[in-house]
Ligand binder design. Structure first.
Ligand code: MG
Length: 262
């Protein structure tokens, strides 16, 4: 199933997304997910609307965002880093999440803010200590897109990454969540800045696959429904400035577009 979270006159709602004759529609309202305190399912009759005409919100309300650093060989190399021997984890602040179309704000204290287009796993079931032979799929609600926006200069000078990755607006997410793709089969990802392709990758090149990531993370911390795991970015990261528009697109999910403001 594919779903989105969108604004209505009855507040935010979840909607099932279906494709008909090349157009994506929000077909019906869905009951809210347990982690989301903001949505009360509307009892009003709902008329399908094209996704393109809806005001989309970030599709998930995560308790935490557990990111993976350097999970593509060529991206590790472009920043002069070794490929890690085990997954490199860091947390992004849930308060940094914004939706499709929302503006990414460049903080005055950073001279270099980069995009990082990433496939993100959305957790559907509480998961702790995933076993070595255990299938992660039953715990996965689906997949979405995250732009892991990063103040590259502060990431370097701080030594640890909480501030550089955690500014308000630094986690654009969406436009939808889908369980209809298989990242193990190789899903194409592209990031465009002002329409120019900058990152082109495939999930086939992930150093650590999604099962390995979930095993590594849940050996340390319990993942809860709605938690989001951005799986790392391919090569081609580059800075953005006010006035730019950044778009991350992933096959089977769609495009996540955000303007940049100062
Ligand atoms: Mg990243």
């Amino acid at each position: 199933m594919k779903y989105c979270r969108f604004q209505t006159s009855n507040g935010p709602q979840y909607g099932e997304v279906v494709d008909r004759a090349g157009v994506s529609w929000i077909e019906r309202l869905l009951p809210p997910f347990p982690e989301d305190p903001w949505v009360k399912l509307s009892a009003d009759a709902f008329q399908p609307v094209p996704v393109a005409s809806a005001r989309l919100l970030a599709p998930v309300v995560p308790s935490k965002i557990v990111c993976i650093g350097r999970n593509y060989r060529e991206h590790a190399a472009e920043l002069g880093n070794e490929v890690p021997k085990e997954p490199l984890l860091f947390l992004k602040a849930p308060s940094s999440v914004i939706g499709p179309g929302d503006a990414i704000r460049i903080p005055a204290i950073s001279q270099r803010v980069d995009f990082e287009g990433e496939l993100a796993v959305v957790i559907g079931e509480r998961i702790s200590r995933l076993g070595p032979d255990e299938d992660p799929l039953p715990y996965i609600r689906g997949y979405t897109i995250v732009n892991d926006v990063t103040a590259r200069d502060l990431q370097k000078s701080d030594g640890q990454w909480s501030r550089a990755k955690g500014f308000d607006t630094f986690c654009p997410m969406g436009p939808i969540v889908t369980d209809e793709i298989d990242p193990a089969a190789g899903i194409g990802l592209e990031t465009r800045l002002n329409g120019v392709a900058k990152q082109q990758g495939t999930t086939r090149d992930l150093i650590f696959d999604i099962g390995a990531l979930l095993r590594h993370i849940t050996a340390a911390m319990t993942l809860l429904p709605g938690d989001v795991i951005p799986t790392g970015t391919p090569a081609g990261v580059a800075p953005m400035k006010a006035g730019d528009v950044v778009e991350v697109s992933i096959e089977g999910i769609g495009a996540l577009t955000n303007p940049i403001v100062a």
